[in-house]
Design a protein around this ligand. Structure first.
Ligand code: ZN
Length: 297
């Protein structure tokens, strides 16, 4: 079976080529996945509806984003200008993770070519995240009875603080974040399971630590998994402070996707962060998620 991957040309937004966020990676990743024959075609998402967004974000925040009346302080925290293409991409990328999660239930595994906006909170965005697509999609599945006990495996170099906050009182969603101790956010939130890594951790120890926690998580009976596959753990990343190699990223993605897929637990993979100094390397690293999923399905 071919892997289901969700993509939309509007994942790209006009924030300017000199912006610190490598926005061009979205178009480039989609082209790369086709060119390397990892997949043949994409599923196209709709913009996420207000009804669906409202289950993970306050009505005021959603309206302020859509009407461009957001407080300057929050705009600064987000780090993107709140312009039409950014608003549109945030809605479409969130719709993309919702669609990918439904495809994961149908086919066992599916991915978005964006998503992983884990810093966005109930009433405001932060750290290049406008809407928390993972939280919105998780709530969507719960509301429709499509999942009952969801696990978020967040292996981005930064803590998934927004997801942790949104679900702190929700017993149906378990948040697991394994991240660099010294990276953003300075003040960490409390996930259900936080693993803080030292910056000098080596591939071998990183993988062993991951396997240890996956074994613990395997004791629970989760019926759906979101995987935030941030590649900012790579040694050549501009923001991430960990020093994981190409092979380490590959091992990580294969271990996580296999762990759940082979147990028949639907997995939805989302991109997460990546700010590699080498743009072509960044695309290659992000594609490892899709490649790992395409190979096991
Ligand atoms: Zn990150």
């Amino acid at each position: 079976m071919d892997l289901s991957v969700v993509n939309h040309e509007d994942y790209f937004a006009k924030i300017g080529d000199d912006h610190k966020f490598p926005i061009n990676k979205f178009g480039a990743l989609a082209k790369y996945l086709i060119k390397k024959k990892i997949i043949k075609s994409f599923y196209k998402p709709y913009s996420c509806s207000e009804e669906t967004l409202k289950r993970a974000h306050s009505e005021k925040y959603i309206k302020d984003v859509k009407n461009k009346t957001l407080d300057q302080r929050i705009i600064k925290k987000i780090g993107f200008p709140i312009i039409d293409s950014v608003i549109n991409r945030s809605l479409v990328a969130t719709g993309g993770t919702v669609l990918a999660s439904k495809l994961a239930i149908k086919n066992g595994i599916a991915c978005n070519t964006a998503g992983g906006s884990h810093h966005a909170n109930f009433d405001g965005g932060a750290g290049y995240c406008v809407f928390n697509d993972i939280a919105v999609a998780a709530q969507y599945l719960l509301d429709r009875g499509l999942a009952g006990k969801i696990l978020i495996v967040d292996l981005d170099v930064h803590q998934g603080n927004g997801s942790a906050d949104i679900f702190k009182d929700n017993r149906n969603v378990f948040t697991f974040s394994m991240h660099s101790k010294t990276n953003y956010p300075t003040k960490k939130s409390i996930s259900d399971l936080d693993v803080e890594l030292e910056d000098n951790i080596e591939d071998k120890q990183y993988i062993e630590t991951l396997k240890f926690y996956l074994r613990q998580l395997n004791k629970e009976n989760f019926d759906f998994v979101f995987y935030v596959a941030g590649v900012d753990i790579h040694f050549n990343d501009r923001l991430g402070k960990l020093k994981i190699s190409d092979q380490g990223v590959k091992n990580r993605d294969e271990i996580v996707t296999e762990n759940f897929f082979l147990k028949g637990i639907p997995l939805c993979g989302v991109l997460g962060g990546g700010y590699n100094k080498d743009f072509n390397k960044l695309i290659e690293l992000h594609s490892i998620l899709h490649k790992s999923c395409a190979e096991i399905i």
